[in-house]
Design a protein around this ligand. Structure first.
Ligand SMILES: [Zn+2]
Ligand SMILES: [Zn+2]
Length: 147
């Protein structure tokens, strides 16, 4: 940790933030690096990563740690849920309001002080749904073959 104005909005940080706000794909650090390289040809992956951490500390973005997935970054800092394709790992926003009532329901029912919750939906994206459906359609009839 260095002293000084570490929370200053540098140009690098601004470019990274704008890239995340423009694409709602919840990219990994590597993907963010690829996204900003055209505009910041001299930036390193390490610097991208550090800037993503600072932007998260600043509350400008969110760092997502989804199950079975690498760290991803979200240009929308507001609380919202995600849906993840279990086949290709694509992540999208789940169009549902945060269920704050869940925490109220737990209040008094546990000795824990509840500070939040995480909820992740799992599914198949439209592409994968199509592929899986085609695969299943082509499975030959095996019923009764192995008794
Ligand atoms: Zn998929
Ligand atoms: Zn999101």
């Amino acid at each position: 940790m260095q002293n000084g104005p570490k929370f200053r909005m540098t140009r690098q940080r601004q470019v990274i933030l704008e890239a995340l706000q423009r694409y709602n794909t919840h990219p990994s650090a590597d993907e963010v690096y690829e996204m900003v390289r055209a505009e910041l040809p001299r930036i390193s992956l390490g610097t991208v990563y550090r800037n993503l951490e600072i932007l998260t500390e600043l509350g400008e973005i969110q760092t997502l740690t989804l199950s079975g997935s690498m760290k991803r970054f979200d240009g929308n800092p507001k609380k919202h849920y995600h849906i993840r394709c279990t086949r290709c790992d694509q992540v999208d926003d789940a169009p549902i309001a945060p269920l704050n009532r869940l925490e109220d329901d737990l209040y008094g029912a546990t000795v824990y002080t509840i500070i939040g919750h995480r909820l992740e939906f799992l599914g198949l994206c439209p592409e994968c749904t199509k592929i899986v459906k085609e695969e299943t359609d082509h499975i030959p009839e095996i019923a009764g073959e192995h008794i």
